[in-house]
Design a protein around this ligand. Structure first.
Ligand code: AHR
Length: 647
């Protein structure tokens, strides 16, 4: 049945694309004809620190390389310990030092020797390049500043001030007197003007003073009480508006580490006091501060109303990249299993356990609602499955109610996923299977029936996907066509919501000027957030998520019909160049108003910082009388409607 509906739709649409004319469509359904329940967690999000998504993005920290740990892990590019800092030694000198670590995990600091005069180090933040210049201050906004200082024998003071790129003050100044031990100082600065700024730290006096972990965050942020300091409010709001059911984190390839084990993600380096967190080279370039570490991640998920879905590596480096170190041996893998158990204990253990105790100390005595652990990101082959076996068995032995997520590899079709699925069905049928694929937009239209054919035995997590348009310039555009192809595909996910438990688009965030990968769901710069057509598609599916699938028929349209206890939801995708007149026949639905949103425009339309609202959902409404309603689905459109089933 499921397959028949999809084929009819695909044929009708293919025909209309060929003839260039879309014919009228009739959608018929009965609100009482429930086929089966749909996963309540079908639509979530995936946060990976790619495109400066976290450090330089969601993380509220405005300074780049705040701890002087920036170094060349990846092939020596874009990296040294002075990254983003400008030094003006004045009468004295400035140098990096590693003989007075703030913490063993944070070995490098900056030593200022003003030599009776002054020495200044200023940080330009993530916008600190020729393109934009400096940290974008908002006039009147308050910024929280903190820094660690250690000045045995130092006589004088250290001042901190926001200035423009030429050194002219943009705020008042804070003054601190360092002591002989490392001490954290803090204060607030108010921006007197908007503009590109640097944070200038000046030591004046005699002797030497060491500086480390310098931080600048807008006071207006979310999670200011989290040890890491919190996240940017506007990006947080954009994520919250998606109402995600879950939050996958931290990768993606950043989990596995590329080339060498040293930059595989180690969750334990990201918890505890900030100064004790070990920064780590990021697979996508740059450094990860760990400021949005595993504690902040769990808090963020909770704040978003999403369930956490952490990913850990499986003892193998990223298989898609050149591998310079061999996987963990099976013995090492068995030992590494303890790290995963400790992570679960950190999330769920009692406050009298080691890791549950740390969670409580960090501010969250109550357990987090952890139900899944993904072991591996994009892995395949015997080396993976043998390690997955060791790791997942270890988890199940201690936490039988945690579902382990197994990777089916990084592609949609061919021998690799076939072999992976065969291995999974043979030995890991109690897992949730993580599929990843980035395909041409047209592929998504042609494969809305992909899951109709899957046996219903082993559930699926579509952990990464996006429709890819041809590259234009250096990027794949986030245009309406791609978004509609995703929408059509998502009707297939809903129709298979008994099998597909979870899904999330990738990547989520991208900082203008720091793009590693396109397309992305949300773009941003220092001051603005840019939502893409794909964002609106994800949002509409999430907000109009039903919990049961309703039997329906409609030739010539990609569609799904779902319901909750008190409302019926329709999703209608017209990915053609012609408007489609639609007649609705809805049985067992009272008279009332069908209301919702319509996303439409030109197939190639995109949003930009200059025109952010070019493609944006607009409200739509139609009256339903005796089960009948008529409406026009514009060319290139997604229409999402709901109607109350109860008075
Ligand atoms: O989403 C971008 C990347 O795509 C992820 O890091 C990786 O898992 C996949 O290859």
């Amino acid at each position: 049945m499921r397959r028949l509906i999809t084929l009819t739709v695909a044929l009708a649409i293919a025909l209309s694309l060929l003839t260039g004319a879309a014919s009228a469509a009739d959608l018929v359904c009965d609100a009482e004809r429930v086929l089966y329940p749909i996963s309540p967690e079908l639509f979530g999000i995936f946060l990976e620190d790619i495109n400066c998504a976290v450090d330089g993005g969601l993380y509220a920290e405005l300074l780049k390389n705040r701890s002087f740990e920036w170094e060349a892990i990846l092939n020596g590019q874009r990296a040294d310990h002075y990254t983003a800092w400008r030094l003006q030694s004045g009468e004295g000198s400035i140098e990096l030092a590693q003989d007075n670590p703030l913490h063993p995990n944070n070995p490098t600091c900056l030593r200022l020797r003003p030599n009776g005069g002054s020495a200044t180090a200023s940080n330009q933040g993530f916008g600190g390049n020729a393109l934009r210049g400096g940290i974008a201050l908002t006039e009147g906004a308050v910024y929280d500043v903190s820094l660690w200082l250690c000045g045995p024998g130092f006589t004088g003071e250290v001042t901190v001030q926001l200035t423009d790129m030429g050194g002219r003050p943009l705020s008042g100044a804070l003054s601190f007197t360092p002591g002989a031990q490392w001490t954290r100082f803090q204060g607030q600065l108010t921006a007197e003007k908007a503009g590109g700024a640097v944070l200038a730290v000046t030591a004046s006096g005699t002797g030497q003073v060491d500086l480390d972990l310098v931080s600048l965050m807008p006071r207006d942020r979310v999670g200011a009480s989290w040890p890491g300091g919190g996240v940017r409010r506007d990006l947080f709001e954009a994520l919250r508006a998606l109402e995600p059911a879950f939050l996958r984190f931290p990768g993606g390839c950043v989990v596995e580490g590329s080339y060498v084990r040293a930059n595989a993600y180690n969750w334990k380096d990201t918890v505890g006091p900030l100064e004790a967190r070990r920064e780590r080279g990021n697979t996508w370039g740059g450094m990860q501060t760990g400021g949005v570490g595993f504690y902040e991640y769990f808090c963020l998920a909770e704040e978003l109303g999403a369930l956490p879905l952490p990913v850990v590596h499986a003892g193998l480096l990223c298989q898609a990249r050149e591998v310079r170190e061999s996987p963990l041996t099976l013995e090492e893998t068995a030992a590494y299993a303890q790290d995963i158990l400790d992570l679960i204990e950190f999330a769920r253990g009692g406050t009298d356990t080691v890791w549950g105790g740390l969670r409580a100390e960090m501010g969250h005595p109550e357990p987090f609602d952890l139900r899944w652990v993904a072991i591996g990101n994009e892995n395949w082959g015997a080396a993976y499955f043998s390690r997955y076996h060791v790791l997942s068995e270890a988890v199940k032995a201690v936490w039988p109610d945690i579902t382990c997520i197994v990777s089916a590899g990084p592609v949609a079709e061919g021998a690799l996923p076939r072999d992976s699925w065969a291995a999974i069905r043979r030995s890991h049928a109690d897992s949730l299977v993580d599929e990843h694929y980035y395909m041409d937009s047209g592929w998504f239209l042609e494969h809305t029936d992909r899951y109709d054919r899957y046996p219903r035995t082993v559930p699926v997590f579509l952990g990464e996907y996006a429709a890819h348009e041809p590259v234009a310039g250096s990027r794949r555009p986030n245009n309406l066509r791609a978004a509609l192809c995703e929408a059509a595909y998502m009707t297939g996910l809903e129709r298979n919501g008994d099998l597909v438990q979870l899904s999330c688009y990738a990547p989520l965030l991208a900082r203008e000027g720091e793009i590693d990968w396109t397309p992305d769901l949300i773009f941003f710069n220092d001051t603005s957030v840019l939502l893409t057509p794909s964002y609106y598609v994800q949002q509409l599916f999430s907000l109009y998520h039903g919990d049961q699938l309703i039997e329906s028929s409609c030739e010539g349209l990609y569609h799904s019909v779902t319901r909750t206890a008190d409302s019926l939801q329709l999703k209608l995708v017209n990915p053609t160049e012609e408007a489609v007149p639609l007649s609705l026949s809805l049985l067992n639905v009272p008279d009332g108003s069908l209301s919702g949103w319509q996303l439409s425009g030109g197939m190639k339309d995109t949003n930009s910082f200059a025109a952010p609202d070019k493609v944006k959902p607009l409200p739509v409404e139609a009256a339903l009388r005796e089960g009948a309603a008529k409406l026009i689905l514009p060319a290139a459109s997604l229409t999402v409607l709901a109607i109350r089933l109860t008075p």
